[in-house]
Unconditional design. Structure first.
Length: 374
């Protein structure tokens, strides 16, 4: 797989610091909410952007035994780090991927009769029993078997000697809003699904389902975003932040009142200003919409405890910050400003761009100098 290696710290325009101790703490916090269930970890999309290998290794050492990825290739990467773990592949059985999944002992999450038949055939051809999970759709209308189809065919699937139904699962559409009645409806549907496969462990809850604290945990939970310090339930404070992002100041300039800053002259200086130019931009995953214009303010960067507003449009590789209120000389070429820290969370940055913390995390670029701590 083509994979651009991150630059060394001293050559990078911006540095991403990943706190693996915080990741592990968050996993333990989530596990303690549902003590009777096993707590897995969802590490799809390069562990939500923080790096799948270090994330899986840290969680494995903390005692996590089950991981969920989206794609076969992610499963192979997780497998290299966690040889004994159970690894489920959420996007299921791609036509051509069966042999690869079997070879790496990856367990596909199957969501149609066609996939189940194909996986059964792969197992039969190998003369061994192969594990799978079954995804039953309970109202999200995204992936999974319909309940009617599951009812009609469960008996037949259970009789297949080559098929080991190791998990039955479903996914909540509205768990970030615990008061939505869809949550209870989905639990009812899932209860019906679990009755069809009485011997299979069951899994329903994502981060929000766990943190809302109202829904049954079943046998296995599947947290993702909460592990990485993102907000799971609307309005509920996230767990510990995991990603910290600092960008290098490469120039400080004076801008006269009325002068425009950046592409399109979208923002004009409202006073004589000092502006710091950071070596980071939307190519690094700082969303272009988190910049500012005369019509709307943007996100902030922090230096020495204090927040300074981003000013003007964000460029591909550069971002301007209004540092007029900083003590003269305190911020200079070579200073570092934070875009993510303990209180500038992925969700605060996301809100300025009209998106969610998930997208900020998974959009973190490949050009950062990366440092893993904890
Ligand atoms: C991504 C995903 C999760 C994790 O969801 P979070 O909201 O990040 O906790 C769990 N289950 C499925 C099926 C998923 O696709």
């Amino acid at each position: 797989m083509p994979h651009t290696p991150p630059p060394p710290l001293d050559l990078a325009g911006a540095r991403l610091t990943i706190d693996l101790a915080a990741l592990v703490d968050n996993w333990r916090t989530l596990a303690a909410i549902t003590p009777a269930a096993e707590t897995a970890a969802v590490v799809k999309a390069d562990a939500y952007g923080i790096g799948i290998e270090p994330a899986v290794a840290a969680l494995r050492d903390a005692g996590c035994e089950t991981f969920f990825v989206a794609l076969p290739q992610e499963g192979i990467r997780a497998r290299a780090v966690a040889p004994k773990a159970r690894i489920f592949v959420l996007n299921g059985l791609f036509d051509e991927a069966g042999a690869t999944l079997a070879a790496h002992n990856l367990v596909p999450v199957l969501g149609s009769g066609e996939e189940i038949d194909q996986w059964s055939e792969i197992a039969r051809a190998r003369g061994r029993k192969l594990a799978c999970a079954l995804h039953v759709d309970t109202g999200m209308n995204r992936l999974g078997l319909g309940l009617d189809e599951a009812r009609a065919r469960a008996g037949e699937w259970l009789e297949r000697p080559q098929l080991d139904i190791a998990l039955v699962m479903s996914h909540l559409a509205c768990a970030d809003q615990p008061d939505r009645r869809e949550n209870a409806d989905q639990v009812d549907g899932f209860d019906a699904a679990t009755l069809l496969f009485p011997d299979a462990p069951a899994s329903l809850l994502n981060s929000a389902g766990i943190r809302a604290g109202r829904l049954p945990a079943y046998d296995l939970t599947r947290p993702g975003i909460a592990l990485y310090g993102g907000e799971a339930v609307d309005g509920q404070a996230p767990l510990k932040p995991v990603a910290r992002l600092d960008a290098r100041v490469i120039q400080v300039r004076r801008v006269a009142k009325g002068d425009a800053i950046g592409y399109g002259g979208a923002e004009t200086a409202k006073r004589d200003s000092r502006v710091a130019i950071l070596s980071i931009g939307y190519a690094d995953g700082v969303h272009r919409l988190s910049g500012s214009s005369d019509a709307a303010p943007g996100a902030h960067a922090r230096f020495d405890g204090r927040l300074y507003p981003l000013i003007g449009r964000i460029s591909m590789d550069l971002t301007a910050v209004d540092i007029t209120d900083a003590p003269e000389g305190s911020i200079s070429r070579g200073s570092w400003l934070s875009l993510l820290d303990d209180t500038l969370t992925v969700d605060t940055l996301a809100r300025h761009a009209g998106t969610i913390g998930y997208e900020v995390l998974t959009g973190l670029g490949r050009r950062y100098g990366r440092r893993y701590v904890g």
